[in-house]
Design a protein. Structure first.
Length: 335
């Protein structure tokens, strides 16, 4: 299930990507009175800069290196089992399928082809086939579906990572994209998207300032339309105040937090700081979301939230070596 029309700007797993390039301006016309540059003499070879012309085969190969590809991967065993119901699906076991997929990825990159990987969702595929009227048990239909998924899904670049790591990265990127998409839809309907997103970004910045240097792991949970959504950010803050994080994670967390602010939905954020070692033990702090801002929890509230089973409500033993602390007050924005 491969598609050769992947958009490189859809990569969703890079750390601290640069800003989008500004659009190119149209070249200015020649200055009045300027003389056209004389044509360069042909130095032989028939091509620009004196290069010999390419043969048809060489030209196709050169262009092929500039056409990216997308592989839609069945990351989970359940997804793979669902696809086995199609006669045109040629694989019998999931580990073997993953080995073949990894071999294809290696061969494509060895030829200089840039490859991205996206999750293939059999249930979404079935719904898409019903909606478009295309036959589901058809490789051409799967290819067309991959093209649609790749244009708006979470694509992870293949950079030679082991297949197990790649599967984890695709699953993480898919979950992150789903959370961001749901939160962004809710936020857009409120009419307060810009204001609340700015507030969420400010809250995250002030939280890092309060946390200080170290390794920080943040988990934000906000139920939107009765669907609990969770966003996770891991960050390293240096002594000079710079923060290293995955910007796609931060974008998702800020969008979720902004949606909670805009809808006045109660939520929570937990910050775990430390390396889990005797030299750098973990400290856990917490905040609650209300009145469009993060308000600190007490030590007892943090302990209760962290040491209670979310599904059953039963108490959970505290982790050894972990200190539960009250959240730090975060200065709210000026209204």
């Amino acid at each position: 299930m491969r598609h050769d029309d992947h958009r490189p700007d859809q990569h969703d797993d890079g750390r601290r990507p640069g800003r989008p390039a500004r659009p190119h301006r149209r070249p200015a016309g020649p200055t009045r009175g300027a003389r056209p540059a004389p044509a360069r003499p042909d130095r032989g070879g028939g091509g620009p800069h004196g290069r010999p012309p390419l043969s048809s085969a060489a030209a196709r190969q050169a262009l092929r290196r500039e056409v990216p590809s997308t592989l839609a991967l069945l990351t989970g065993h359940d997804d793979f089992t669902a696809m086995r119901g199609y006669a045109t699906f040629a694989f019998d076991d999931h580990p073997g399928y993953l080995r073949h997929a990894h071999g294809l990825l290696r061969s494509l990159t060895a030829r200089g082809t840039h490859v991205g990987v996206v999750r293939f969702d059999p249930h979404a595929y079935t719904a898409w086939c019903a909606e478009t009227g295309r036959p589901a048990d058809d490789p051409d239909t799967r290819t067309r579906y991959v093209a649609d998924v790749a244009s708006g899904g979470a694509v992870v670049p293949y950079e030679g990572q082991p297949v197990a790591d790649l599967v984890d990265q695709v699953a993480l990127a898919t979950a992150r994209h789903a959370t961001w998409s749901r939160a962004a839809d809710v936020l857009a309907r409120t009419g307060e998207a810009d204001t609340c997103f700015d507030r969420a970004c400010l809250a995250l910045s002030r939280l890092f300032d309060a946390a200080g240097p170290g390794s920080h792991h943040l988990v934000c949970s906000v139920p939107l339309d009765d669907a609990p959504l969770v966003a996770v950010v891991h960050a390293e803050r240096a002594a000079d105040g710079t923060v290293d994080l995955v910007e796609a994670d931060a974008l998702t967390l800020c969008t979720l937090l902004a949606a909670g602010m805009a809808t006045r939905t109660p939520g929570g954020l937990v910050l775990r700081t430390g390396d889990g070692t005797p030299e750098a033990p973990d400290h856990v702090r917490g905040w609650t979301l209300r009145d469009r801002w993060l308000h600190p929890l007490t030590e007892a509230q943090v302990f209760a939230a962290y040491c209670t089973d979310a599904d059953t409500g039963d108490p959970v033993p505290p982790e050894p070596g972990v200190t539960y602390c009250a959240g730090t007050p975060l200065p709210p924005p000026r209204e």
